[in-house]
Design a protein around this ligand. Sequence first.
Ligand SMILES: [Zn+2]
Length: 143
Amino acid sequence: MVVINSIEKGIVIDHIKAGFGVKILDYLNIDASKGTVAFIMNATSNKYGRKDVIKLQNLDDIDLAALGLIDNQATVNIIEDHIIKKKIKLELPKTVTNVIKCKNPRCVTSVETNVPHVFHLIDEENKEYRCEYCDEIVTMNSK
Ligand SMILES: [Zn+2]
């Protein structure tokens, strides 16, 4: 049994598709030195089958757009005083900055290190994003 609100203050990312927790930790670039990170892999969920759960104690500055991009079925709970203060519904972001990296070696973002990687959503159903600079298409696979 996983007690969701067992942290005092922070964020619980629940109902993460099993196996995607690692990706989320990777993409969010969470600085664990500022708080505590608990990562539960492959928990059983009556509603969703297997899931991952991430609990961030005293860490409340996370990139929700990036999170929505990786797994928009996950739920985000903001915890204060051990209670869920707010639930955030994730969605696929229309624009993402510095989450996806352009793979085109001739793209300006590959050549210049200080250019932000900006991608725009072009196909919601297939999770396709287009590079702002070179029109390279990136598909976010989440199956
Ligand atoms: Zn590009």
